[in-house]
Design a protein around this ligand. Structure first.
Ligand code: NAP
Ligand code: MG
Length: 403
């Protein structure tokens, strides 16, 4: 193609593993590179290369994201015991997403891609519901223990001068089945404030209302503190901007939020504490149709954005592919990771052409599915009368034609 779109600044490209690595190359070859002179800083986050570099490549890719501001990431294997043998690893390397999140310190937003024919299980949901999950602390950094019958558990804080405050958690009675369990959790104002700013900023960016919910009526110090910090930041930093953008911030108890979400038509961001976001995003993803249609973006308070698909490397399909069998793996969320990154790059660099290209690619993808051409995961749930199941490669070719 003669007139390819030129880019000003690079995006950080984090390649990955298995079936999604195959899809990655197809998307670049068939959908992006024919139209865009792709400027990317490439990092190979495949498990083999993480092992070869002692995981330094993951750290480097995250630092590059801080530098360039925009990254697109392919799904990667988080090794477990079985992968240690399969890939003959030196070490059980940590989850790359965990490492990247720790460096970028961000909030993860997940939103479904909505197409005709794939109707949400909740009939009144018409627009996407985006979940913003706080990705630090609470149960995920807990300390827990078993307490024997007859023991006493206390919450003890020693300040910097050595002063100790103690509160009784529970006295476990000394009789049969008197024993029990104890858990301590924490969070920090820095992390909660950056979570709040990421959510307010993302709401402004996408012009959607922001909902936030906790269990502050029961957790009068802990959850209430989240509520207070959100309120303070909203008043000081975002209220005027929200009013100017015609969007709303609204706090409610998590029970009420759950009930309202089910009755709503969607079209807002729901900020959730770590555990709530973990569980609710699985529920929302399932109710919207398929994991293959769920996008994910990590928004860092330092102004960096990392786009990816919410699903993993689709191992089961990859083993079929290795045996030479046909696969029908959904590439939509990975395509949207690319369009998300290209759009953001275009916005930051004032490159309208790049933004419009990304929008055309999204439209071509949606049009393909709405024309009845889809991968197996969608084929079984689509309500279209006229539909055809295609392979991984055929789907991308169909998108390329429409593009
Ligand atoms: P997965 O890769 O998300 O796949 C689980 C199942 O969901 C698949 O077997 C498939 O079901 C279905 N599925 C997911 N994505 C699909 C798609 N794009 N198209 C069609 N079907 C899709 O999760 P997993 O099997 O638990 O994990 C595999 C590897 O991915 C693991 O090594 C894990 O560490 C890694 N992982 C990485 C990330 C990440 O990098 N962000 C996230 C999660 C998991 P059927 O088999 O029924 O067709
Ligand atoms: Mg979960």
């Amino acid at each position: 193609m003669a007139n390819k779109i030129q880019m000003k600044n690079p995006i950080v490209e984090m390649d990955g593993d298995e079936m999604t690595k195959i899809i990655w190359q197809l998307i670049k070859d068939e959908l992006i590179c024919p139209h865009v002179e792709l400027k990317s800083e490439y990092y190979d986050l495949s498990l083999q290369n993480r092992d070869a570099t002692n995981d330094q490549v993951t750290v480097d890719s995250a630092n590059a994201t801080l530098k360039h501001g925009v990254a697109v990431k392919c799904a990667t294997i988080t090794p477990n015991a079985q992968r240690m043998t399969e890939y003959k690893l030196k070490e059980m390397w940590k989850s790359p997403n965990g490492t990247i999140r720790a460096i970028l310190d961000g909030t993860v937003f997940r939103a479904p891609i909505i197409v005709k024919g794939i109707e949400p299980l909740v009939g009144n949901w018409k627009k996407p519901i985006t979940i913003g999950r706080h990705a630090y602390g609470d149960m995920y950094r807990n300390v827990e223990a078993k307490a024997a019958a007859g023991s006493k558990a206390e919450l003890c804080i020693t300040d910097k001068n050595g002063n100790v405050t103690k509160q009784l958690i529970h006295e476990f009675p000394d009789y049969a089945e008197g024993e029990g369990i104890v858990q301590a959790i924490h969070n920090t104002d820095i992390s909660i404030c950056s979570f709040a700013r990421a959510c307010f900023g993302f709401a402004l960016d996408t012009k959607q209302d922001l909902w936030f919910s906790t269990k502050d009526t029961i957790s009068k110090t802990y959850d209430h503190h989240f509520k207070d910090l959100y309120a303070e930041i909203y008043e000081k930093e975002y209220k005027t901007k929200f009013e100017a953008a015609g969007i709303e911030y609204f706090y409610t108890l998590i029970d009420d939020a759950v009930a309202r979400v089910m009755r709503s038509e969607g079209g807002y961001i729901w900020a959730c504490k770590n555990y709530d976001g973990d569980v609710m995003s699985d529920m929302v993803a399932t109710a919207f149709g398929s994991l293959g249609m769920m996008t994910s973006v990590l928004v860092s308070p330092n102004g960096a954005f990392e786009y990816e698909a919410a699903h993993g490397t689709v191992t089961r399909h990859y083993y079929k592919h290795l045996k030479g069998e046909e696969t029908s793996t959904n590439s939509v969320a990975t395509i949207y990771a690319w369009t998300g990154a290209l759009k953001k790059r275009g916005e930051l660099d004032s490159l309208t052409e790049l933004v419009e290209f990304a929008q055309r690619l999204e439209k071509a993808t949606v049009d393909t599915i709405e024309d009845g051409i889809m991968t197996g995961d969608l084929y079984v749930i689509s309500s279209l009368a006229d539909k055809r199941k295609v392979t991984t490669q055929e789907f991308i070719k169909e998108v390329a034609q429409r593009l």
